[in-house]
Design a protein around this ligand. Structure first.
Ligand code: UDP
Length: 355
């Protein structure tokens, strides 16, 4: 059996790495295919998991458009598919890389496996373009690896055949366990930052660019001032994000603005945080493993499990709603032991399903 793993961004590497590592352990022929949609942040993650792409499309350009990315992935993956005799192509999540990868494989008659299938916000334009990407990928996939029973339910409600759906848990929990076993996160954090009791912030979503992100940051800043808590913020490389962060937080003495950090360092920051404010998907799935409460700075969510299990709150994107959510979240005690998104065995379930 030969599987091609397609990935192009930071979260895709984190969530595909456990499958890559497990497949090697199980003696499955696995071919890693990087699109490099986000060159630098993808490379940073490959190092953590000691992965070297077998193919590297190297597609990233300055000011790249979604259509530009999709077009390149469609064509370049076809070339690779023509050289290799894949039984399966796996794509992960909801990026343009994943959507175009799935369609390219579908066009060539290669079976598609969707890792992290069935997430839905219910609004095709939010998150943009991810919600559309997910729906398209699920339509063309032969196997749908739903991380939770809730994501399975979403797929069944759309009329997808239950034979195609396997509930696996999210591979991000596998990745987290991999790092936790190998590294002493507390000492890594202490070497990296001096502050304790901080608000960990990440923001990057396209639909938050502009005014919304500014308001979110103002809400976080106000909370930081009132509660006298520092902000630790690894700032995404996207210039549209950096511009706004600079505008609101530059010169604010309680803000520690960092470059994006590698996964190990990031998990150490997460483990040491008092509370998290983020619009990231992956961070919502990781935070429960460390018993951290997440203020989700968005208007919709495709991860209701976080909120239902008491690990987070959907804060919206207004200054006052973000501030209030932080006030509510700061003293919430969460159950440290139970992560609603997975148990660390997702990669194995996924591979067993295709076997
Ligand atoms: N992450 C990281 N370094 C950082 C910020 C985030 O390694 O400086 C990791 C984080 O642990 C999570 C993933 O990146 O697993 C989330 O990526 P991102 O927020 O870019 O994407 P999303 O999950 O929203 O698709």
């Amino acid at each position: 059996m030969k599987i091609g793993l397609v990935f192009g961004t930071r979260p895709e590497v984190i969530k595909m790495a456990p499958i890559y590592i497990k497949a090697k352990e199980m003696g499955i022929d696995i071919v890693s295919i990087a699109t490099a949609q986000h060159r630098e942040m993808m490379d940073m993650m490959l190092k953590v998991f000691k992965m070297k792409p077998d193919y590297d499309m190297n597609i990233m350009t300055e000011n790249q458009s979604l259509n530009g990315v999709a077009a390149k992935v469609l064509v370049k993956l076809e070339e690779i598919i023509c050289k290799e005799n894949f039984d399966w192509i796996f794509v992960q999540g909801d990026t343009t890389t994943a959507m175009a990868g799935a369609i390219s494989a579908f066009h060539k008659g290669v079976k598609v496996g969707h890792v992290e299938a069935g997430l839905r916000s219910g609004d095709i334009r939010d998150p943009f373009p991810e919600e559309m990407n997910r729906r398209v990928i699920d339509q063309v996939s032969d196997l749908l690896f739903a991380p939770t029973t809730n994501s399975r339910k979403n797929l069944l409600e759309e009329g997808l055949n239950k034979e195609r759906i396997v509930v696996t848990g999210n591979t991000v929990v596998d990745a987290l366990y991999y790092v936790q076993e190998k590294f002493d996160l507390d000492s890594i954090r202490k070497k990296y930052i001096e502050v304790e009791n901080y608000i960990l912030v990440t923001l990057h979503r396209r639909e938050n660019w502009g005014e919304k992100m500014k308001k979110i940051l103002e809400g976080i800043k106000e909370f930081s001032q009132e509660y006298n808590l520092p902000i630790v913020f690894p700032v995404h490389l996207n210039p549209k994000v950096r511009e706004i962060v600079k505008e609101v937080l530059d010169g604010y003495e309680k803000a520690i603005l960092l470059e994006p950090v590698d996964y190990i360092t990031f998990l150490s920051l997460l483990k040491g945080a008092r509370i998290v404010a983020s619009d990231s998907g992956g961070i919502q799935e990781e935070a429960p493993s460390f018993g951290k409460f997440v203020v989700v700075c968005r208007n919709t969510t495709e991860r209701p499990e976080l909120i239902e299990s008491g690990y987070g709150i959907l804060a919206g994107t207004e200054k006052s709603s973000v501030y209030k959510a932080l006030v509510r979240g700061i003293d919430v005690k969460v159950d440290r032991t139970k992560n609603p998104f997975g148990d660390g065995k997702a990669a194995e379930r996924i591979l067993k399903a295709v076997i």
